[in-house]
Design a protein around this ligand. Structure first.
Ligand code: ASP
Length: 582
């Protein structure tokens, strides 16, 4: 037997017991005639003691053991003289009587400690060592628990987990596909799924009724902190449901996860339409942990000779509480912030609502104190508050104000990681117009159902059609999203038409779905959660990378296995591929 107990479980109640432990050497230190070794496994750390006076040979052998060696020891549990309150096993130690070295280790390239000396790159290259660290391992334990509780919850409610294929056909809608050449079909390619969307809908046609899958999905997009080329979705679909049924069920799944994993009771989720979210927060995924909402003041600014506001479609303000005392430097920082290319505002107007009831602004030339007072009143500003104002095209400016709002939320420390504000955003627009290409794209995907009362608008004003689509948002992060689907082949055809598909192209790409819909497709709908984002939210992480065992870096590389990589000429030949080295 390699071990009788783990390195994390022994306590004072186990005194005098003879145990066998196995694990990695965290630390080795000599103090007078004693050698102390901390031995670690995934359950914890236990202190081993070797006493020169009791067994000199063993003590000498122990002294030579280096960090990360794998050892097995037999010994007796004894109460520690110097207790360590920081670890659960800190009251005991093991007086070792037998020591076996199971494997030696080279000196690791960084220390395997919570606070390591290894930078990001080196830890990614040696990810298998990084994963030995508590902080990283606990993220994966959390991920396991969340996936497990999700399966338990959905299984209890009659959902079946069905695997769908990973080698499928390319659909150029949506994000970019990862492509896999087919050897047996020269000149033809598979694509990796961006989501199991079409398959789960086909499963509904097959009568599966309640489906889920914890599924790997692939999107060849530029990477950010919350994106990886391969990521995991909790993907779900249900038949004979309306939007309300889907929202209810997945709201309870989310509450279940908060309860079982974080011990938190989350109240019923508020609902907010897309239009309201944009108006109040400038975002379809508002962080509702704090106020500082957007207030439109265009009508109050008109006709005072300030051309910039007069010519703008939208003038909006946010009110930062108790920030009237911001210095010139702080205001300049905020101006630089909104002017960054990622945000793209031309400038920032401010109004200080001073404690003595007077107002000072960067547009005093055009607006009287009385004018500024009206703005302040509309924004519910108090003495001592600061108004920050942006103007321009409506949606763009709202999004810029959203960024500024989040920045102020950070500066004022209003975005508490231990507070969770969940909500549903509903009634998304069905379509989004690409002005440059002068065509509509599906905002969610082409299978999303328009609201029945808006179907007639498809012919007259497609941009105004709202969808039965919804997102679950927590703390400003889109955790999940889905929709009620079109189940009528005629309506689906119409949708493809609005999206500018010719009949042939629609047949070629989605013919199988439209055919399936001819054989009795039930009304259905569903959603998918981003598991990686969900876990990082629960773990309070800034990047989803830290909850993925073997993630890619920002250029999409796995630096540990060095992928992607070149392949042999024979492999290329077999696949009928030629690389042009232009
Ligand atoms: N397949 C969708 C997505 O990946 C989710 C859904 O509509 O169920 O965003």
């Amino acid at each position: 037997m390699y071990r009788t107990r783990t390195c994390g479980e022994l306590r004072l109640s186990d005194l005098d017991e003879t145990v066998i432990l196995a694990g990695w050497v965290q630390k080795n230190r000599k103090m007078g005639g004693m050698t102390f070794i901390d031995i670690r496994d995934r359950y914890g750390i236990t202190q081993l003691v070797f006493n020169q006076e009791i067994n000199a040979t063993l003590c000498e052998q122990a002294g030579k053991i280096g960090r990360e060696w794998v050892v097995q020891v037999t010994g007796v549990v004894q109460e520690r003289y110097n207790k360590n309150g920081h670890i659960p096993t800190g009251e005991i130690e093991i007086i070792v009587s037998e020591l076996k070295i199971l494997n030696m280790s080279e000196v690791p390239p960084f220390t395997i400690e919570d606070e390591t000396d290894g930078g990001d790159d080196i830890r990614m290259k040696y990810r298998y060592l990084d994963l030995r660290r508590n902080v990283v391992r606990s993220n994966l334990e959390l991920r396991h628990k969340m996936a497990f509780e999700t399966r338990r919850f959905l299984d209890d409610r009659g959902f079946l987990e069905v695997e769908t294929p990973v080698l499928i056909g390319s659909t150029p809608e949506g994000a970019r596909d990862f492509i896999v050449p087919s050897r047996m079909n020269p000149g033809e390619f598979y694509a990796l799924p961006q989501s199991p969307q079409l398959f789960k809908q086909l499963l509904m046609v097959s009568g599966f009724d309640r489906y889920f899958q914890i599924a790997k999905c692939f999107r060849d997009e530029d990477l950010r902190a919350d994106r990886q080329p391969e990521f995991t979705q909790i993907d779900c679909e249900m038949s004979f449901v309306e939007q309300e049924d889907v929202l209810q069920l997945f709201e309870s799944l989310t509450k279940h996860l908060f309860k079982t994993i974080k011990g938190l009771d989350i109240p019923d989720f508020p609902r907010m339409t897309y239009a309201e979210a944009m108006k109040r927060y400038g975002s379809d995924k508002p962080d509702t942990r704090f106020g500082i909402e957007l207030v439109e003041i265009k009508d109050l600014t008109l006709g005072k000779g300030f051309e910039v506001f007069d010519s703008a479609e939208y003038v909006g303000a946010i009110c930062a509480g108790s920030c009237a005392s911001y210095t010139r430097k702080q205001l300049d920082e905020l101006t630089d912030f909104v002017k960054r290319p990622q945000i793209g505002a031309k400038g920032l107007v401010y109004v200080r609502c001073d404690m003595d009831g007077s107002f000072k602004s960067s547009v005093d030339k055009f607006y009287s104190s009385e004018d500024l007072k009206c703005w302040a009143k509309r924004c519910y500003a108090k003495h001592g508050d600061l108004l920050l104002i942006l103007c321009g095209e409506t949606e763009r400016t709202q999004k810029q104000l959203c960024e500024l709002r989040l920045e102020m939320g950070n500066r004022l420390e209003l975005r508490n990681k231990n507070k969770y504000n969940c909500l549903w955003v509903t009634d998304f627009p069905l379509l989004e117009k690409d002005e440059a290409l002068n065509r509509f794209f599906a905002k969610h995907h082409p299978f999303t159902s328009p609201k029945p009362e808006d179907i007639a608008l498809l012919d007259t004003d497609p941009g105004a059609v709202r969808a039965d689509a919804y997102d679950m948002v927590i703390n400003g992060v889109e955790i999940g999203g889905g929709s009620i689907r079109i189940h009528d082949s005629k309506l689906q055809q119409k949708m493809f038409q609005v999206l500018g598909f010719t009949e042939e192209k629609a047949q070629l790409q989605f013919g199988f779905l439209m055919n399936a819909f001819r054989y009795g497709a039930p009304p259905h709908g569903g959603l998918a959660f981003g598991l990686d984002r969900f876990v990082s939210l629960f773990a309070g992480l800034d990047s989803i990378r830290d909850c993925i065992a073997f993630p890619k870096n920002n250029s999409g590389r796995d630096v540990m296995i060095d992928a992607p990589s070149a392949i042999e000429q024979e492999q290329l030949d077999e696949l009928n591929l030629q690389i042009s080295h232009a």
